[in-house]
Design a protein around this ligand. Structure first.
Ligand SMILES: Cc1cc2nc3c(=O)[nH]c(=O)nc-3n(C[C@H](O)[C@H](O)[C@H](O)COP(=O)(O)OP(=O)(O)OC[C@H]3O[C@@H](n4cnc5c(N)ncnc54)[C@H](O)[C@@H]3O)c2cc1C
Length: 275
């Protein structure tokens, strides 16, 4: 339960909202699906609603897709399917939670919260997304830097996510969950920048591991400068080492085994898409 004395704020300017959260106990409210869990509830004194900040948008300027932090998972899925753009995002986000929850969960709340079961992070990291934040630290950062540095812990408002859309990219995502609407146990996403059938660059990320996220740097190196073959996929998979936390459903070693299978399936799908 929230304390009865909770104060709601409804700013209409991003700067105003960013200033409000400097005060102790005042936090942003995106979709509100996680807001009370991380903090001891009595410490929350005020909630800053972001819905009047004009951040619920998805727009394209040149080859950059801008996803406002107020856009919901459902908004992104609908946009991506309608425009047939960044389909790796709709492929992943359409599996998150349930329809009512996807209608509420925002991009900003999910980025700041970064749950272990995130459907959002792995595809965005594979696509080398950038993040625009304002607060204790302000500016545009790579999402990878944001998620792996103290930046994510600083007090800030996520303004938007930016993804450069490239025609020569082949990407995909695999999610391991017990049933379709269950939390992902892990999510693995890959994006390969192709020069005809040669991989110029590869970015492969897994979320849901012990360290929350891992970049498969060694596997990426295996593909760079080569065309993707079954031999290369097997060789890269052999070099993948993932540390998971065991839970009541699966042991850590089992999760790693499944992750390697999913890794191979994902790269095979990318290989097929190049033909
Ligand atoms: C039953 C259930 C199942 C779920 N299953 C999945 C799933 O399968 N996959 C998945 O990816 N997610 C899933 N989620 C969602 C996930 O666990 C979080 O609840 C969600 O990502 C939080 O987003 P929100 O917009 O609701 O954020 P909020 O709850 O509003 O806020 C979360 C945190 O982010 C901060 N915040 C909010 N907006 C911003 C902003 N613009 N800038 C900076 N900080 C901000 C808040 O202050 C708070 O600290 C599930 C949630 C529930 C309840």
């Amino acid at each position: 339960m929230l304390p009865n004395s909770i104060q709601w704020y409804f700013p209409t300017k991003v700067k105003e909202a960013a200033k409000l959260i400097h005060k102790d106990g005042i936090i942003l409210h995106g979709g509100g699906t996680k807001i009370l869990e991380p903090q001891p509830r009595s410490s929350v004194k005020g909630l800053v609603d972001i819905s009047a900040l004009g951040l619920n948008y998805i727009k394209v300027t040149g080859n950059i897709v801008h996803i406002g932090s107020g856009a919901t998972f459902a908004d992104v899925v609908a946009w991506s399917r309608d425009k047939k753009r960044l389909t790796v995002l709709s492929d992943s986000l359409s599996h998150a939670a349930s329809t009512p929850l996807r209608n509420r969960i925002t991009i900003g709340g999910s980025i700041k919260d970064f749950p272990m079961w995130s459907n959002l992070y792995a595809p965005l990291l594979a696509l080398d997304a950038k993040i625009d934040i304002i607060g204790e630290r302000s500016g545009i950062f790579s999402l990878e830097e944001y998620a792996t540095s103290p930046l994510i812990k600083s007090k800030h408002l996520v303004r938007e996510i930016r993804v450069v859309e490239k025609h020569d990219i082949r990407s995909g995502v695999k999610i391991f969950h017990v049933v379709r609407f269950e939390y992902p146990i892990f999510t693995i996403a890959a994006a390969c920048t192709m020069d005809k059938n040669i991989v110029r660059d590869a970015r492969i990320f897994v979320t849901g591991v012990k360290k929350k996220l891992v970049r498969l740097v060694t596997a990426e190196k295996v593909f760079r400068g080569h065309s993707i073959s079954d031999e290369l996929i097997n060789s890269a998979a052999n070099q993948v080492s993932l540390t998971f936390v065991p839970d009541y459903k699966f042991g850590a070693a089992y999760k790693e085994k499944v992750a390697k299978v999913y890794f191979k399936d994902l790269l095979r799908e990318i290989k097929e898409s190049i033909r």
